[in-house]
Ligand binder design. Structure first.
Ligand code: ADP
Length: 629
């Protein structure tokens, strides 16, 4: 696979770029359809409700706080006692006044008030008696309206004579609705509320109102609209639909001042009051357009930021990786002298860590390679030396083999050369013995010559045989023959020469006939050697011969109950000229019989060994290859 060093950076930039482009396209598409169709309408309606909720919640917080304060005032025990007592305890009155003064100052309402239902006395500010409310005075009518309608709380606009301004009063009924003892409340400076309206108004042309359940506008930034009724501004069915509806939110298209407006209305929490907003449809479209354009700008900004970030990422991550990849390639090309940039190694982050590890790996590698090179050079030297030693050894071996061959040839020749005169000596000794029939002494001498000559000839024959086998002249002559028969023949040969107290046992006599492929003469010679030794070293007891087949071999065993062989001697008896017993009455051999047997077994592809215990007897084993046919 071809290595692409820039793929991380490219894929990062490509993915982010693609994502940003798709976002722009998607936004463009949405914008396109939103401006023209139903999506647009849905968007601005959602926007409308969001705006309205913002106003409603701020207003609600302010009003609920005011209602809460008014309720605390209405439920105040000292004030209640004061308003219900025929003769007020001055202490109680003082406590009530202090508490109410505290509320006035701490909470910052421009005015607080309480009106006694039984005396119609009106207290305001620091609860000094100010006036007596009368039913005739239209300014005081809110008090009677509140008491009569027995509403728990009302909102009311009125002009405050002291502060000389219009206020939004929050009136709360004192006592139970069945037996009201008065009205208490706070005045809210409408400018505070109007400021909230102004702050959140979505467009200049929007109108935002707080209306009561009769459609009366209680609050508006346009003071001339305050106390006007919605019935005067919109079609009757629009307003009655708005007021009668128990729905929390209402959005509908209306005609307002001969233009198309969207009207949205929302109930103020659990109260009867509503926030109503009207906004020209064109302004709404403008708002949505602004949102769309802002979104596009935002997308462009994100796109630019993405490119900047991906470039920085590329600089910080993919370039160092590219650098390390390049170094890796150089290492692969066996160029180990390319150092990692210091700037990278000094970095205190994952890349720095990687660079450090890479650098130490490179150094380690270079060290290992130089060690390997040295070891290689040493090996090369050793190889040259070995080659020359090998050559010397070969020459030495050739020389040794040559000299061994020469020795063996010499032995064979000498033996042969000795055998020829020996034969004539033996012949003449025999003739001499025949001629010296009457002279006992000379006859005895010639007998000694014949006996020793025979021994010498036997030794010579053995030496010649060993030499022949060593020089590879003796080759096996393989034929197929029955083993049982061969053993019986050998045993038969010895049966006449065996002493009376040695029992010769042929364990294969009645055994099933077994045929093998081997050299019949060599096998006979081996068996004869072993049997003759067994008889020779057994003064009384048994000499037994047997065989058995074991997988691909045939195992022969010649056992006796003779003198046995010590463990130490067992290791040497197969060496030429090795004799254990020096008793010449037993041993007339030259210590070559077992050595010759071993060589013959090996020529036939087998092995020979002994197991023996001195005084108990010996077991001689040898194997020959055997293929079942
Ligand atoms: P030798 O002609 O002297 O018998 P061999 O090579 O046949 O030579 O035997 C070597 C030696 O091994 C013998 O001198 C003898 O001491 C010992 N040996 C061989 N066969 C037996 C046996 N069956 N029991 C005890 N000793 C044996």
């Amino acid at each position: 696979m071809k290595f692409k060093p820039k793929s991380i950076k490219n894929s990062l930039t490509f993915t982010i770029g693609l994502f940003a482009t798709l976002t722009i396209l998607a936004l463009g598409w949405v914008h396109h359809y939103a401006v023209r169709g139903a999506v647009m309408k849905q968007v601005y309606k959602t926007q409308l409700i969001t705006d309205l909720k913002a106003h409603q919640s701020e207003l609600l917080i302010t009003l609920e706080k005011a209602i809460e304060t008014s309720e605390a005032l209405a439920d105040d025990p000292a004030l209640t006692e004061w308003f219900t007592s025929v003769k007020v305890n001055p202490k109680t009155k003082e406590i009530a006044l202090k508490k109410l003064d505290y509320i006035h100052k701490e909470l910052g309402y421009p005015t607080i008030f309480a009106v006694n239902n039984s005396t119609n006395e009106y207290w305001c500010e620091n609860f000094k008696l100010l006036d007596i409310v009368t039913e005739e005075d239209p300014d005081d009518s809110w008090f009677f309206t509140t008491i009569r309608s027995q509403r728990k709380s009302t909102l009311n606009f009125d002009s405050n004579s002291i502060l000389n301004q219009t206020m939004l009063f929050v009136n709360v009924l004192m006592g139970s609705p069945d037996a009201p003892i008065g009205v208490a409340g706070v005045g809210i400076n409408p400018s505070v509320l109007i400021e909230q309206f102004k702050k959140n108004k979505p467009s200049e042309n929007a109108h935002l109102w707080l209306v009561d359940n009769k459609g009366k506008i209680l609050l508006s930034e346009r003071t001339n609209e305050i106390n006007k009724n919605l019935y005067a501004l919109f079609d009757q069915d629009v307003v009655s639909g708005l007021l009668s509806g128990s729905r929390e939110q209402i959005i509908r298209e209306v005609n307002f001042r001969n233009e198309k407006y969207e009207l949205a209305s929302m109930l103020m929490g659990s109260t009867d009051y509503r926030v109503v907003m009207v906004i020209p449809q064109d302004d709404l479209l403008g708002i949505v357009n602004v949102i769309a354009i802002n979104t596009i700008w935002l997308t462009i900004l994100v796109f630019i930021l993405t490119i900047v970030i991906s470039t920085l990422l590329a600089k910080n991550i993919s370039r160092p990786i590219e650098h390390l990849a390049l170094l890796t390639k150089r290492i692969a090309d066996s160029k180990l002298n390319s150092p990692v940039k210091n700037k990278l190694i000094e970095r205190d982050d994952e890349i720095g860590h990687l660079a450090k590890e890479f650098d130490s790996m490179q150094k380690q590698l270079s060290l290992t390679i130089s060690r390997l090179n040295k070891a290689n050079a040493d090996l090369e030297n050793d190889k040259i030396q070995l080659k020359s030693i090998n050559k010397e050894l070969k020459t030495a071996m050739e020389k040794a083999s040559e000299s061994e061959k020469l020795t063996k040839a010499f032995m064979a020749n000498i033996s042969h050369e000795i055998r020829t005169p020996m034969n004539s000596i033996m012949g003449f000794a025999q003739l001499l013995e025949n001629e010296l029939q009457d002279d006992e002494i000379l006859k005895n001498y010639s007998g000694i010559i014949i006996e020793n000559g025979n021994q010498l000839l036997a030794i010579l024959n053995s030496i010649i045989e060993v030499a022949k086998m060593d020089s590879g002249i003796t080759k096996p002559h393989l034929v197929r023959f029955p083993v049982n028969k061969v053993i019986s023949e050998c045993m038969g040969f010895f049966s006449y020469s065996t002493r009376n107290n040695v029992n010769l046992v042929n364990a294969c006599e009645n055994k099933e006939e077994t045929t093998i492929t081997s050299d019949i003469l060599l096998l006979k010679r081996i068996l004869n050697n072993l049997i003759s030794n067994a008889i020779k070293y057994t003064s009384e007891g048994t000499v037994e011969v047997k065989f058995r087949i074991e997988n691909d071999t045939i195992l022969f065993q010649v056992s006796d109950t003779g003198i046995g062989i010590s463990t130490k001697d067992q290791a040497s008896i197969f060496k030429p000229f090795w004799q254990v017993s020096n008793d010449s009455s037993i041993n007339d051999g030259a210590g070559l019989g077992l050595a010759i047997s071993k060589k013959m077994v090996e020529i036939l592809g087998g092995e020979i060994w002994v197991e023996s215990e001195p005084g108990v007897g010996s077991d001689f084993y040898f194997t020959l290859p055997h293929k079942k046919s």
